[in-house]
Design a protein around this ligand. Structure first.
Ligand code: 5GP
Length: 206
C-alpha cells in the first residue's frame, strides 16, 4: 500500500544528459509524470508552448507568483523559471512520481517546502568529459561553452545537498539506475506509514 507519489527533483550540469535520461525513463516506465515549467525565456527553435515549457511574459509570471500558483521559482540567466503547483499536486495524489527538472536554487526551495522530496544530481564522469560533451554538441560557441563550464563550477558547490549522484556514463544503465533508486525510495519506512499502521491493526486482531 502506498501513500502517494514521490516528488523527484533532478538537477545537473548543462551537458550532463539529464533531459535525455528523464525522457527515456518516461518512455520506459509508466508511473512517472514530468512537470512542465513556466518560464519567461523565449522559445528556442522547435519548442512548443505547453510541451517544453509554458512560455509567459514577465507580467504573467509575476501574477503566478502573487497568486501562489508556483511550488518554487528562480531566476536563471535573467529569466524566471517556475514549477506550476496544480499539475504536481494532482499527479502525486493520483500516485504518480512527479519529476521536476530544475536548477539548484529551485531544488533547494523544494527541499525546504517538501522535506520528503528525493533530490538527484546528474553529472558526467569527469569535468573533462563534461567539456567534451559540450564541445561535441557543436551547437555552441566557445563563449557559451566557457559560460556553461563556469556555471558548472558554481553548481558543483551544491552537489552534496542532493540525495544521490547519478553518474551518466552509459545512458541505458543510468536510466535503470534512476528507476531502481526511485523504487527503493518507495520502500523507505517513512513513506509507508499507512501500511505500517494497517499491519499493526491486523496483528492486534490475530
Ligand atoms: P533552459 O533555458 O536551458 O531550458 O533551462 C535553464 C535551467 O533552468 C535548467 O537548469 C533547467 O533545469 C532550469 N529550470 C527549468 N524549469 C525550471 C523551474 O521550473 N524551476 C527552476 N528553479 N529551474 C528550472
Amino acid at each position: 500500500m502506498e501513500e502517494k507519489g514521490i516528488l523527484i527533483v533532478v538537477s545537473g550540469f548543462s551537458g550532463s544528459g539529464k533531459g535525455t535520461i528523464m525522457k527515456e525513463l518516461l518512455k520506459k516506465y509508466e508511473n512517472y509524470a514530468l512537470s512542465i515549467s513556466a518560464t519567461t525565456r523565449n522559445p528556442r527553435v522547435g519548442e512548443e508552448n505547453g510541451r517544453e515549457y509554458f512560455f509567459k511574459s514577465v507580467e504573467e509570471f509575476e501574477k503566478m507568483i502573487a497568486k501562489d500558483e508556483l511550488i518554487e521559482y528562480a531566476k536563471y540567466v535573467d529569466n524566471y523559471y517556475g514549477t506550476p503547483r496544480e499539475y504536481v499536486e494532482e499527479q502525486m495524489k493520483a500516485g504518480k512520481d512527479v519529476i521536476l527538472e530544475i536548477e539548484i536554487q529551485g531544488a533547494l526551495k523544494v527541499r525546504e517546502k517538501f522535506p520528503d522530496a528525493l533530490l538527484l544530481f546528474v553529472t558526467p564522469p569527469s569535468a573533462q568529459e563534461l567539456k567534451k560533451r559540450l564541445v561535441n554538441r557543436g551547437t555552441e560557441t566557445m563563449d557559451v561553452i566557457e559560460f556553461r563550464m563556469n556555471r558548472a563550477k558554481e553548481e558543483a558547490l551544491g552537489m552534496d545537498q542532493y540525495d544521490y549522484l547519478i553518474i551518466n556514463d552509459d545512458l541505458q544503465e543510468c536510466v535503470e539506475e534512476v528507476h531502481r533508486i526511485i523504487q527503493g525510495e518507495h520502500r523507505r519506512s517513512f513513506r509507508n506509514y499507512a501500511f505500517i499502521e494497517q499491519m499493526k491493526q491486523e496483528l492486534k486482531g490475530e
